[in-house]
Ligand binder design. Structure first.
Ligand SMILES: Nc1ncnc2c1ncn2[C@@H]1O[C@H](COP(=O)(O)OP(=O)(O)OP(=O)(O)O)[C@@H](O)[C@H]1O
Length: 632
């Protein structure tokens, strides 16, 4: 996230706001008409002083009550016309500007779906949420109000000034004298307000993140009695935001005071000067009345400049924050750049004979131990990693890569278990297969085809993944499961997938597979959610299946049932299964041991138990207890 730098970055509010043009373009005709209507309405207000001049110098001086009534009717008519035109302006912009906000929000949402996973690793969700809600509302307000009124008030002030000078240029100059210092003060205010506005909007994002984490992690917060420290953190962030809002309020109060006081002083000076000149007979009383009425009619357009500028600054900040996200490159459906395959070296030596690469025996034979070399001279089927390395984009430069030279071959129809110490990079390796992250080096082949050369959509149609943390969406059970299948997958597919995942419990739910689950629906247990996630992974009968510890939340009996059913599915697919427990490893034909960013050994469970001390330790209860703090 850009964060603090953005608050000090030199920027132009106008340049930022101009980026809204593509969204405003479709409604420009309505906006233009509304602005023209508002200009006419505002200028009608300036005609009233001229009518007053006519009344004072004409019917009043001539003591003609009929003329006074006529003048009063004209003033009433002008007032009503002004009100009707302002109402019409509001009606003209309300609907199109709501659609601008909706279009911007839809684009933001679409873009968030298309940016790489690495982007979401970097950006706190609260920052994205505040951009999609608060910032977009600020932009809609800007388009409704300040955008039009900065223009309308500007025109009104110019027309008013011309009228003042035309009525009496000397008095006019007295009133216009403060314009130059006011422009300087507004410039200084704008700069300071821009910094405070950016800081406040970023702090709202941070606060949103904290609230979201506290709500999502409410069980941890309560379970560990952390509500006081969370409340403290909240108070601290809210206090900081309050401080920034107070800075904004102080700046606004100061500019408001200056913008209001200076013209008042000028009007006072003009009143004194004008009265003296009326007394000397140099000026008609009607002209003085008209002059002062015009000056008073200009008070609102001048006074409002302070908060219109403040709202425009906030809108410029909101635009910047919006485009910070929109400017992030999205994942294209295109292929990834070609990556070097380091040498043709075989997998590094593993402890014991089990890692020796060699010709692969038939799948499922359970014998042999070849991990496959990275030669790439032959392009056998199955899933093949050749010299694959990976470093997280946000990892410090001095940090070692998570994966360094992975060589592994999972033959067609074979199930390979991936075992390794916690943090060894198992999840990372599985995420490279559907290209959630792009490998930094080497290549991954599916049935001999480099995944870097495949359009993402096709790749993700070939590979399905079930993650360790089973996420369910706010939708029905059926919709959640069928999300993993083809668009035309029907009830038969759904039933089969639920059977494989031993998810018969859904029949007991209030509305069966139509029951709403996820955040806005029924809460399911961890094991139930995991079974639905597994059903989602297998429903599409994928050619390649990647399962990240899919059975970790199941009790031993359910696990045994799921394993039995899963065996059937695995028999027809090429699968990589991250495993922590011997029971999950049993599902696999062979096992690969990931250690130090490399595949340290490949073989059957028995072979590795016999030949790899690290594997034997990992599979022992002792390793499990160490890794989980003895919880499991
Ligand atoms: N998004 C990320 N950005 C930077 N580093 C990360 C990211 N995700 C994971 N890592 C780091 O990469 C390393 C490997 O993490 P990974 O989740 O792949 O391990 P794992 O073997 O699956 O662990 P576990 O068995 O505990 O699930 C860890 O050191 C972790 O801190």
């Amino acid at each position: 996230m850009p964060g603090e730098d953005a608050t000090t970055k030199d920027r132009s509010a106008v340049r930022s706001l101009l980026r809204l043009w593509p969204y405003v373009r479709p409604v420009r005709a309505r906006m233009g008409t509304a602005a023209a209507v508002a200009v006419v309405a505002s200028c009608l207000g300036l005609v009233i002083p001229l009518v007053l001049k006519w009344i004072v110098d004409g019917p009043v001086a001539a003591r003609d009550p009929g003329g006074v009534w006529l003048g009063a009717l004209a003033v009433l008519g002008l007032g009503i016309a002004e009100a009707v035109l302002f109402g019409l302006r509001r009606w003209l912009v309300a609907r199109p500007l709501a659609s601008v906000e909706a279009a911007m929000r839809a684009d933001l949402y679409r873009h968030l779906q298309r940016v790489p996973v690495a982007f979401h690793d970097r950006w706190p969700s609260g920052q994205l949420l505040s951009r999609a809600t608060g910032d977009l509302s600020l932009l809609r307000l800007f388009l409704i109000f300040p955008l039009t009124f900065l223009f309308v008030n500007g025109v009104t002030i110019l027309v008013g000034c011309a009228l003042l000078l035309a009525q009496d240029w000397a008095l006019g100059l007295v009133l216009l004298l403060p314009v130059v210092p006011l422009i300087v003060v507004c410039g200084v205010f704008e700069g300071r307000y821009a910094l405070a506005a950016r800081r406040a909007q970023d702090q709202i994002g941070d606060l949103t993140t904290l609230v979201e984490e506290s709500v999502l992690g409410i069980r941890v917060v309560k379970g560990f009695g952390r509500h006081r420290s969370q409340a403290r953190a909240f108070r601290e962030k809210a206090g900081r935001l309050r401080g920034t809002e107070l800075v904004k309020a102080r700046l606004l109060a100061a500019i408001w005071a200056v913008i209001t006081a200076v013209p008042e002083v000028a009007i006072g000076a003009a009143l004194v000067l004008g009265t003296v000149r009326v007394a000397d007979g140099e000026l008609s009383a009607g002209t003085l009345v008209a002059f002062l009425s015009t000056a008073l009619a200009l008070r609102w357009p001048v006074d409002s400049i302070g908060f219109l500028l403040a709202m425009s600054q906030e809108a410029a900040t909101a635009t910047e924050r919006y485009f910070e996200v929109m400017d992030e490159p999205a994942e294209t459906g295109e292929t990834a750049p070609a990556r070097p395959v380091p040498g043709t070296a075989p997998a590094p030596a593993a402890p014991g004979p089990v890692s020796a690469p060699g010709p692969a025996p038939a799948p499922g034979s359970g014998s042999g131990s070849g991990s496959g070399s990275g030669s790439g001279s032959t392009l056998p089927g199955g899933l093949r990693f050749e010299g694959v390395s990976f470093r997280y984009p946000d990892a410090p430069p001095e940090a070692a890569p998570v994966l360094a030279g992975i060589d592994l071959w999972i033959r067609p129809g074979e199930t390979m278990a991936l075992v390794g110490a916690t943090g060894s990079g198992k999840t990372t390796l599985t995420a490279l297969v559907p290209r959630l992250y792009e490998a930094s080096g080497g290549r991954i082949l599916l049935d001999g085809e480099d995944i870097a050369g495949m359009p993402r959509e096709r790749l993700r149609g070939l590979v399905t993944v079930a993650f360790e943390e089973p996420t369910l969406f706010s939708a029905s059970v059926a919709e959640n499961v069928l999300m993993g299948g083809a668009a035309d997958a029907g009830p038969g597919e759904l039933d089969r997938a639920l059977a494989v995942a031993q998810a018969g419990f859904v029949r007991e739910l209030p509305e069966g597979t139509a029951t709403q689950v996820g955040e806005q629906g029924l809460s399911l247990s961890g094991g139930q959610r995991q079974r639905l996630a597994l059903a989602r992974a297998v429903v599409g009968r994928p050619r390649f299946l990647v399962l990240d510890d899919p059975l970790s939340a199941l009790d031993v009996h359910t696990e045994a049932l799921v394993e039995a059913a899963l065996r059937e599915v695995l028999a027809g697919t090429t699968a990589l299964v991250v495993a922590h427990r011997p029971s999950t490893v049993q599902l696999a034909d062979r096992v690969a041991l990931l250690s130090g960013g490399r595949i340290a050994a490949v073989g059957t469970h028995r072979e590795l138990l016999r030949d790899s001390a690290e594997y034997a330790w990992l599979m022992s209860g002792e390793a499990t207890a160490t890794a989980t703090g003895g919880v499991r």
